[in-house]
Write a protein that binds this ligand. Structure first.
Ligand SMILES: Nc1nc2c(ncn2[C@@H]2O[C@H](COP(=O)(O)OP(=O)(O)OP(=O)(O)O)[C@@H](O)[C@H]2O)c(=O)[nH]1
Ligand SMILES: [Mg+2]
Length: 459
């Protein structure tokens, strides 16, 4: 039926039935049209369904862990892993064994270094008298020399060839003890990628590829080249050294508080040097291995949500992370009496405060949730109760009581943000799995709720 109006659009015109349409053709055409509409409606419905689904299931959450070196980023990540990817965490247990062995060796070398510097000082008449090293200690010093080799072996195996990182300095195998002391101030560090894990699997498997370990506890623990052979042979001597009253006196004088240092295992020597030693969850959390660079991890938190956790600590990274939903900022409050390893002029707490100020005032991060972890509260408490005065390092603290309640509320780190936002602040000791679990659960819930609220606003 031709229409009489002239202002009809060309499309309608094109779709018009032909003027000479037969009843059969007409029936066929109507059937085809109905079918096309049916299909088109299904597509529309599907699109609509997808749109609603997208609104309901928000994009994955991206969380950045930020803080100075040794603030606890990797340790927090391990907690995420325990909670949301326990299989992967378990699988790496055997790899951490060697890290812990290296941590033990490092502690021993810190003691031996303290002895050496005491000997050197004793020779210069100007200094105050040093406690004299006993014959027994001098013998221990000699007997523990093989540990130098163990340290080199472990370091070499931990840092894959060509990792190209200057901080992951390999110790020169020909270096003298004094040379080594200098290089020891540099920690062993690994790239955040998984290259070191690959290198390790090979190492644990031995030269003859006796077994691909990949963290399977059924490693060949009887490998004669395993560092644990020397380590367990030295265990008794290490214990003698650590428990020696002169050593304790020396360490006190040099203000070396090993118990509070990262990767301290000397109180569990028998256990961690045993040939069949496999680290516990707590051991893995207390193990210390410096991370270089940024790593990204994905976790499934609920059936719909995934989380990225990325670790980094340099403000230079910040512009790359403006699409983060949240930053967990770690400030080790126990570090109030320490200087940065990379710049001994800078107090570590002050450095944390400066980094935090930079973050809260950064325009790129104005839509990012900020969660502050005032970490290492356990060490903080120990320090304060052992008589270290907070006000000696934070002058503005004045004469307030030197206890955790007061110092932790002193507001040092609670800087105001340039944009109005909610702050979440937690006192943490991320080496404590139980308390960290409830904090991380809480953080996840807050972030998911915020994410859902944002999605609702957009709809
Ligand atoms: N006692 C105690 N030790 C902690 C706490 N948090 C972290 N540590 C230990 O401190 C050391 C450093 O923690 P990491 O997680 O390696 O620090 P990081 O921020 O990843 O440091 P980098 O990799 O150098 O950037 C590790 O040996 C941890 O076991 C804490 O709350 N209490
Ligand atoms: Mg790290």
């Amino acid at each position: 039926m031709p229409t009489k109006t002239t202002d009809v659009d060309p499309l309608t015109k094109a779709l018009e039935p032909p003027p000479d349409e037969t009843p059969v053709q007409r029936e066929e055409r109507l059937r085809a049209e109905a079918e096309a509409k049916y299909i088109s409606d299904i597509i529309d419905e599907e699109l609509e369904r997808q749109k609603t689904a997208e609104k309901k299931a928000p994009k994955s959450l991206k969380v950045l862990l930020l803080g100075q070196s040794e603030s606890g980023k990797s340790t927090t990540l391990k907690n995420f892993q325990i909670m949301y990817d326990p299989k992967a965490f378990k699988a790496e247990r055997a790899l951490w064994r060697a890290v812990i062995q290296l941590n033990v060796v490092r502690s021993v070398h810190l003691i031996l270094d303290a002895m050496t510097s005491a000997q050197i000082e004793a020779q210069s008449s100007s200094s105050e008298p040093q406690p004299e090293l006993s014959q027994e200690l001098l013998k221990l010093q000699k007997r523990l020399a093989p540990l130098l080799q163990v340290e080199q072996t472990l370091t070499r195996r931990l840092t894959p060839v060509g990792s190209g990182e200057s901080e992951a300095t390999l110790l020169n195998p020909n270096s003298s003890y004094a040379d080594r002391s200098k290089s020891l101030s540099k920690e062993v560090a690994i790239n955040s990628g998984s290259a070191w894990k690959g290198a390790f699997s090979k190492m644990l498997g031995g030269d003859d590829q006796r077994g691909i370990v990949d963290a399977d506890p059924s490693v060949n623990w009887n490998d004669p080249n395993d560092p644990c052979v020397v380590l367990s042979a030295c265990a008794q001597d290490i214990a003698l050294l650590w428990n020696d009253p002169i050593v304790r006196q020396l360490l006190r004088r040099q203000k070396l508080r090993l118990e509070e240092m990262a990767g301290f295992f000397l109180e569990s020597l028998d256990r961690v040097t045993a040939p069949d030693y496999l680290p516990t969850d707590d051991d893995v959390l207390r193990a210390r291995l410096k991370t270089l660079g940024v790593s990204e991890h994905r976790f499934k938190i609920s059936s719909k949500l995934e989380r990225y956790a990325v670790a980094s600590y340099t403000p230079a990274w910040v512009p790359y992370f403006d699409d983060m939903d949240a930053i967990i900022f770690l400030a080790p409050i126990s570090a109030f009496d320490q200087a940065l390893a990379e710049d001994t002029e800078v107090n570590r707490l002050e450095d944390s405060v400066n980094l935090w100020k930079y973050i809260v005032s950064n325009k790129l991060l104005k839509d990012t949730s900020l969660i502050l972890f005032l970490n290492k509260t356990d060490i903080m408490k120990d320090k304060l109760s052992s008589g270290i005065k907070f006000s000696d390092f934070v002058v503005s603290y004045g004469t307030r009581p030197n206890d955790f309640e007061n110092t932790s509320q002193s507001g040092v780190l609670k800087e105001k943000s340039i944009v109005p936002r909610t702050f979440y602040c937690h006192f943490t000791a991320v080496t404590d799995i139980q308390s960290t679990k409830s904090i991380l659960t809480n953080v996840s819930e807050v972030l998911m709720r915020r994410n859902l609220a944002d999605a609702a606003l957009l709809s």
